[in-house]
Structure formats: structure tokens, C-alpha cells
Unconditional design. Structure first.
Length: 364
């Protein structure tokens, strides 16, 4: 009887222990769920820097009632009073601001926000986005993204190639088409971005596209612009071959190039500086993407603009965005150091503003 009574007490004690342990586990789980960090930051998460689109410190977005509905800021990049950006994008904007403040580079980094600049900036009012076009850095694909967002087509795959650059049919208004007050509001409130790439590699791409491959629907590059450059800049006038890269470099590096630019009109957008195209020191851009890191930058831009759930950037063919140092060196191998230095002098602002290194062949 005594043995039975002892065993009964032991079982009661064991059951009580299990009950205490169970209640402790429930309480612990409740505490964890209640006080868990809502942002979910962890050791494996990408480092985030608190910064603003326009300034490193806090930015206070006006309350909704202060602005008409069509000008309300939207997108994840404007959520709350603070803007979060990955370190690389914060560093790009900080570098841009520092170079813009460098008085020794002022002539190479500053430009007026003229109609020429406003013509380069495309508008998506529905999602409060401005995109500055910088040719030869994959801009066709970004225009397709905006065309879908503006509602002209339901998907990127449905957009005919001949429509993308037809600004009467693609549903992409330019910022220059708005009144001065509407332009100022959009520049102040909208998410603004553009893409850059190594300046010399971009010039090579422009030369190949417009003067070597020369699409049939753009005959003026080969039949009007090329002869104009050749007449002015070819040293050996007995040569009858088409425009050579050496001629192109000599034209671009000439401090008096503008008299030809005026004759060529808006066709020069394929080789003028990023400064002349987008006025990055005058307009406060939200993000600056790099062609060399477009695989990472494109998804980031879509997410920062709050449109990643609506559209995706088209698939990027493998290797197409990688900087081709060998190709650049090959193209410049037959160019005199004098002509290369003059070319660099013109594009130095682009190199410095966006963190591109001076080419090694210019230093040797």
C-alpha cells in the first residue's frame, strides 16, 4: 500500500512538472510573437541606410491634403518620413552631390534645365514617375515599362518595336509638354531616375549603332551626319570610306563641336553628355542606375518606385551589361593621345559624377 501511494505521488509530481514546462513554452511563444521586430531585420538581411531621396537627413513629405490628388507622391520610396536605400545607391547620390559642389568642374557638371532636357524626360502621371532618357544604355526597355504603366498596352510583349520610339502613339508624354507650374510640381514630387554606363563604351555603342549598323529607318546618320563630320575632321581627305571612329572622336573632342551639333539637331542625343541630357546637378534624382549592374538596379528601381508588383523589367541577355574593357581599348588603340585627352576633357564630368575611372590607356 505504501509503495502504491509513493508511486501515485511521483506520477502527480511528474505531471505537475510537465504542466509547468508546457505553460512556460506557451508564455515564451506569446512573448516572442508580441515583441518581435516588425521590420524583420536579421543577420542575413541586406544592410540598409536611412537616407532621403534629396538629402541625407530627414525629409518631411507634406500631408496629402496640401496637394491635389494628381500630385500625391506614391511608391515605396516615399513611404513615411524617411527613405531607405541600399548603401550603393546612397553612395551614388552622395558622390553626385559632392561633384556637383566642386567648383572646378562646374562647367562640366552643370547645365540649364532647358527644353532640350525636358524633352528627354518621360512622364508617368498614374504612378508619379519621371524617367530621363540616356540613349545607348537600355532605355528602350525602360520606355516599354512606362508604356505599360501608362496603359497604352497591357504587357511589354504586346508592344510593337516600331511603336516604342513613336511618341505620337506610345502614350509617353514628355515633361516639356506641361506648363511651368506643372513641371515644377512633378520635378518636386515624382520619383525620378535615369541610367548611365561607362561614357567611352557608350560612345562606341552609339558609333556602331548609328554609323556602322545604321538602321534603315534612320538613313540620315550615314547620309547626312557622317559626311558632315568627315568634311570637317578627316585628316586624309583622299580616303573615301565611311565615317571612322577616329573621325567621330575628333568631332566629339573638338571644343567647337557645337556648330555641327546645331545642324544635327536632336540626333546628337546619342552621344552628348549625361549632364546635357538630364541635368543631374539641377534636378534631384531619386535613383541613378548603372548599366553595368542593371540586373540588380532594375528590380531595385521598380521596387523603390512602388511598381514592382505591376511590371517587370524585360529579361537581360547574359553578359550584355558587362563592361568590355578589351573592346574599349581596341577601339581607342588607333586614336592619338591628343584626341583621346580632348574627348576625355569633354566627358570628364560624366566620369566624375557617376564614379567611372579614367581609362588606363589615357594614363599610360
Amino acid at each position: 500500500w505504501l509503495v502504491s501511494d509513493n508511486m501515485h505521488h511521483q506520477w502527480l509530481l511528474l505531471a505537475a512538472c510537465f504542466w509547468v514546462i508546457f505553460m512556460f513554452m506557451v508564455a515564451s511563444k506569446f512573448i516572442t510573437l508580441t515583441f518581435k521586430d516588425p521590420d524583420g531585420y536579421g543577420a542575413k538581411q541586406e544592410p540598409l541606410i536611412l537616407t532621403a531621396v534629396t538629402k541625407v537627413e530627414e525629409v518631411h513629405v507634406p500631408e496629402e491634403k496640401h496637394w491635389p490628388e494628381e500630385f500625391q507622391p506614391t511608391g515605396k520610396a516615399f513611404s513615411g518620413n524617411l527613405i531607405r536605400q541600399p548603401l550603393v545607391h546612397m553612395e551614388r547620390l552622395e558622390l553626385l552631390r559632392n561633384v556637383c559642389r566642386d567648383t572646378t568642374l562646374r562647367n562640366l557638371s552643370h547645365t540649364a534645365v532647358s527644353k532640350f532636357v525636358l524633352d528627354r524626360i518621360f512622364v508617368c502621371d498614374k504612378h508619379k514617375i519621371l524617367f530621363c532618357q540616356t540613349p545607348k544604355v537600355g532605355n528602350t526597355q525602360w520606355k516599354k515599362v512606362l508604356i505599360v504603366l501608362n496603359g497604352a498596352f497591357s504587357s511589354i510583349e504586346e508592344i510593337p518595336e516600331n511603336i516604342v520610339h513613336d511618341h505620337e502613339k506610345n502614350g509617353l508624354p514628355r515633361l516639356s509638354s506641361f506648363s511651368d507650374s506643372e513641371i515644377k510640381k512633378r520635378l518636386s514630387l515624382y520619383f525620378k531616375f535615369f541610367i548611365v554606363r561607362d561614357p567611352f563604351e557608350r560612345l562606341i555603342s552609339a558609333f556602331k549603332d548609328k554609323f556602322v549598323h545604321n538602321p534603315r529607318f534612320e538613313p540620315w546618320y550615314r547620309h547626312e551626319i557622317a559626311p558632315g563630320i568627315i568634311r570637317k575632321y578627316r585628316k586624309n581627305r583622299t580616303e573615301t570610306k565611311g565615317l571612322q571612329f577616329e573621325d567621330f572622336v575628333r568631332y566629339l573632342g573638338d571644343p567647337n563641336h557645337r556648330w555641327l551639333d546645331v545642324q544635327f539637331g536632336d540626333h546628337i542625343i546619342h552621344w552628348v553628355t549625361y549632364v546635357e541630357l538630364c541635368a543631374p546637378c539641377e534636378i534631384t534624382y531619386s535613383v541613378i542606375g548603372h548599366h553595368e549592374t542593371l540586373e540588380d538596379d532594375a528590380p531595385y528601381i521598380l521596387k523603390a518606385a512602388g511598381i514592382d508588383h505591376l511590371v517587370s523589367y524585360p529579361t537581360i541577355p547574359p553578359g550584355i551589361t558587362v563592361y568590355n574593357k578589351t573592346k574599349v581599348e581596341r577601339y581607342f588603340s588607333g586614336i592619338s593621345k591628343r584626341d583621346i585627352r580632348r574627348l576625355y576633357a569633354r566627358f570628364e564630368g560624366d566620369f566624375k559624377l557617376f564614379g567611372y575611372r579614367e581609362p588606363d590607356f589615357l594614363l599610360n
